[in-house]
Design a protein around this ligand. Structure first.
Ligand code: G3P
Length: 214
């Protein structure tokens, strides 16, 4: 399973990347706005830190506008993946961009049928928003399970991104289901390393080590 970090915060990305387990980055308009910085400058700085796919989202709602934005953004750096919302216009844009060899990440996917359409359109990545589904009283991981099964059944080229991750179990359960990627917010990724018994164990080993004659 690949790990992407779901943030536009350059300091967090730099730190997470230094841990040696980050394969890429996803951003969205909300995450970019949070940083209060220029979009292009932010994305390019991220591309210079991480050697892997970096998702940047278009904001147009019509196919022509999305394709125009996508062509411009994808020209900034070879690692950029264009994030496109799951709409009819969006899927028409995905089809055109795929033909042009531009990688896409279909975002705001909340059902297996939407995921199937994104795969048909030729999406490179399909982002299933598990946390927001859970928030709305559904089981987000059910959609991940169904999507992975459909991709496998038909050998679609799309990879499933588990997005809107809220806690480590979202990642672990998705890995058991065979999801290709989890895009994880920095605090959740950080918490995945931790267990109190590891800390206690280290403390005990170091204490005992002091008793070893030197
Ligand atoms: O970037 C897409 C997704 O991961 C956003 O998650 O936390 O806003 O539901 P969230």
């Amino acid at each position: 399973m690949k790990f992407f970090v779901d943030t536009a915060n350059v300091a967090s990305i730099r730190e997470a990347y230094s841990w040696g387990i980050v394969d890429g980055v996803t951003t969205n308009p909300t995450l970019v706005a949070k940083e209060g910085r220029d979009f292009k400058e932010t994305i390019l700085e991220i591309c210079n830190i991480v050697n892997g796919p970096v998702s940047a989202e278009v904001v147009s709602l019509d196919t022509e506008g999305m394709v125009k934005e996508a062509l411009e953004i994808s020209d900034w750096h070879p690692n950029i993946v264009i994030k496109i919302p799951m709409t009819k216009d969006g899927m028409a844009a995905v089809r055109r961009l795929t033909k042009e060899g531009i990688k896409t990440n279909v975002t705001l996917v909340f059902s297996a049928s939407q995921a199937l359409i994104a795969a048909k359109a030729g999406a490179t990545y399909i982002s299933v928003f598990v946390g927001r589904l859970d928030d709305a009283g559904h089981n987000g991981l059910d959609v991940v399970f169904d999507t992975v099964q459909m991709i496998d059944n038909y050998d679609f080229d799309s990879e499933v991104i588990v997005a809107s991750v809220r806690h480590p179990l979202h990642v672990v359960k998705s890995a058991q289901m065979g999801a290709h990627i989890a895009t994880v917010p920095f605090p959740v990724l950080d918490s995945m390393f931790k267990h109190p018994m590891t800390d206690i164990g280290i403390e005990r080993f170091l204490k005992d080590w002091e008793k070893v004659p030197k």
